[in-house]
Design a protein around this ligand. Structure first.
Ligand code: 1PR
Length: 552
């Protein structure tokens, strides 16, 4: 089996990338010291998180000159995400930290005045001068997650011999991929971009991407690929996420379950845990239906010791071998004490999940408790919360905060200190206002903290995204809670995933049209087989919303 070398220089998820490479028939060898770079023929530099953190890790370990020598020797090199950013001279994310300076120029941050940052989701990587660059296709979408980007200036990098593919987000055009000679780099994650991404990795591994760089005249295939009907509409797609609540049933097997307002037991006398299928098989099914992401929530984590929760790790390992879209795992990410009395930090638990193939971890109860402490200390951060520690090590984009709010009705806006909304759905006594109280332990305990307070606090701590459930709506099939989503969207700049209540494709259209949500998640309607993910996306597409088409 041919070998490709992966630089494992910083905390990060190289498992997904290794899985993608192995799927393409190559063997992965991890490089763990600078001298080993010289052994590499094909070298991949992955990278997630903070530019300065990645660059200082590379420099401190002495990698930088070896990578520069590898590139200068004309050997195949691929940079991914921060691995692309590292090729530039520097970044506004850490101006004191120099890049590898293979490409001149410095990265800057997306403007978050009118859009969510980080830029998370599926977007284009189009190269008008070379539409088949590294098998990138104009009708495909690729998975990005980043806050910093190299702004595209027409002709600038091209005049230096680079072929450049771009994407656009909220009026800003950025470099999505670039290639020259033996070097290719992508701002998106090809290993998380389904079949479209695997094609790019294959073009690197086989050398066909580099060989075709000098190629100019368009082929028949190229002409048909770029015919207008096949060019994906520009910009970020509407993200549709499938969520699997996982727990052990009464026989001890891990099953996908689904509750009504968080009650996952049958309404019959047996009160058994609803069993809707097997997690790995269901994740694979949703991937094939075109889900843009898959989330697994271990919903009994408040009871179990997650360190011993090997089946959840095994679910991730197996899923990540065949599912090439982002995987989120939640449940039990907090400092804990293992069965034998060993203290295990939330960061260590998250690391176990990342090493097993997770791309993001989702934190629920612990985030609420951390937010309470944050306000109790007058809004100070000490760097010791799970959110801060994990986002420092793996990047903000790797930390999702899952919120489990419940409506609390009040008669007047000022009847509570909490941020209220005037609701179109009055309470049992005709109350016209409500606020959303955060809960912990899967809704079992309600706290005196509202969703605005929680989401602002976790954004300050470094969370990259909010998974916004709603206990009142969960499992009701009555549509998303648009009032809740609008309130949270108005409170934070980070992306928000709307969750709870989806019952048909129209509910997805409604939440995308009537709020500025960044993504929408469904569970029960998919698990019960009432609709497929593809039906939802087709429905959105027919109504002019940009969605990613599944490529088999
Ligand atoms: O608190 O960090 O250990 O994390 C526990 C995680 O488990 C949290 O993310 C919490 O939301 C989740 N959880 C705990 N108990 C339940 C339960 O259902 N009894 N599930 C639970 C939360 C909500 C969504 C659901 C949507 C969409 N599930 O994931 O998928 O509501 O459902 P629908 O489309 O069918 O309406 P920690």
């Amino acid at each position: 089996m041919p070998t490709v070398h992966l630089l494992d220089y910083v905390a990060g998820n190289v498992r997904s990338l290794a899985n993608a490479i192995e799927k393409l028939g190559y063997e992965v060898e991890l490089i763990r010291s600078p001298e080993e770079v010289a052994n590499a023929d094909k070298l991949i530099l992955p990278g997630v998180g903070h530019f300065g953190h990645c660059m200082s890790q590379l420099s401190a370990a002495g990698y930088a000159p070896y990578i520069q020598a590898h590139i200068a020797a004309g050997k195949p090199f691929m940079g991914i995400c921060v691995g692309l950013q590292a090729l530039f001279s520097g970044s506004a994310e850490d101006p004191a930290c120099p890049g590898l300076a293979v490409v001149p120029g410095s990265l800057d941050r997306f403007d978050d005045a009118a859009k969510s940052v980080p830029h998370i989701g599926w977007n284009n990587a189009s190269c008008p001068t070379n539409p088949t660059l590294y098998d990138l296709r104009p009708d495909s979408k690729y998975y990005y997650v980043h806050s910093y980007k190299y702004p595209y200036k027409p002709g600038e990098l091209e005049s230096l011999g680079w072929a450049v593919a771009t994407g656009s987000y909220g009026g800003e055009t950025f470099v999505g991929a670039l290639a020259k000679g033996n070097v290719v780099a992508t701002q998106f994650h090809p290993e998380k971009s389904g079949v479209a991404g695997l094609r790019v990795i294959r073009a690197f591994l086989t050398g066909t991407g580099a060989a075709a760089l000098s190629f100019q005249p368009p082929t028949e295939a190229h002409i048909s690929n770029t015919s207008s009907s096949l060019v994906a509409p520009e910009g970020l797609t509407r993200r549709v996420i499938a969520c699997l609540d996982v727990r052990a049933n009464d026989a001890g097997d891990l099953v996908v379950t689904k509750g009504d307002q968080y009650d996952v037991r049958e309404k019959t006398d047996t009160r058994g845990v609803r069993n809707l299928g097997k997690p790995v098989a269901m994740a694979a099914k949703y991937y094939e239906q075109g889900a843009d992401e898959i989330a697994f929530l271990n919903i009994t984590s408040f009871r179990d010791c997650p360190v011993a929760d090997l089946p959840m790790l095994e679910i991730l390992r197996q899923t990540s071998r065949t599912v090439f879209v982002p995987l989120t795992v939640g449940g039990g990410i907090r400092d804990t004490v293992d069965a034998d009395g060993t203290e295990v930090s939330a960061l260590e638990i998250a690391t176990l999940y990342f090493k097993s193939g997770a791309d993001k971890v989702s934190i629920g109860s612990d985030a609420v408790l951390a937010a309470e402490e944050y306000y109790a200390s007058g809004g100070q951060l000490f760097g010791n919360t799970a959110i801060e520690q994990i986002s420092r090590a793996y990047g903000n984009q790797a930390v999702v905060v899952s919120v489990d709010p419940k409506r609390v009705y009040v008669p007047k806006r000022d009847a509570t200190r909490h941020a209220t909304v005037k609701t179109s759905y009055p309470g049992p006594k005709g109350e016209e206002y409500c606020w959303y109280a955060c809960t912990i332990k899967g809704g079992r305990e309600t706290r005196d903290l509202d969703v605005v307070e929680l989401t602002r606090a976790v954004e300050a701590m470094g969370a990259g995204e909010i998974l916004l459930n709603c206990i009142d709506k969960d499992g009701t099939n009555s549509g998303f809670d648009l009032e809740l989503i609008a309130q949270v969207k108005g409170a934070v700049r980070i992306p928000v995933i709307a969750s709870s209540g989806a019952g048909n494709p129209g509910h997805f259209e409604e939440v995308f049209e009537k709020t500025t949500t960044d993504a929408a998640l469904g569970a029960g309607m998919f698990h019960r087989g009432e609709y497929t993910v593809q039906q939802v996306k087709d429905y959105l597409g027919e109504r002019g919303l940009v969605v990613r088409k599944f490529e088999g």
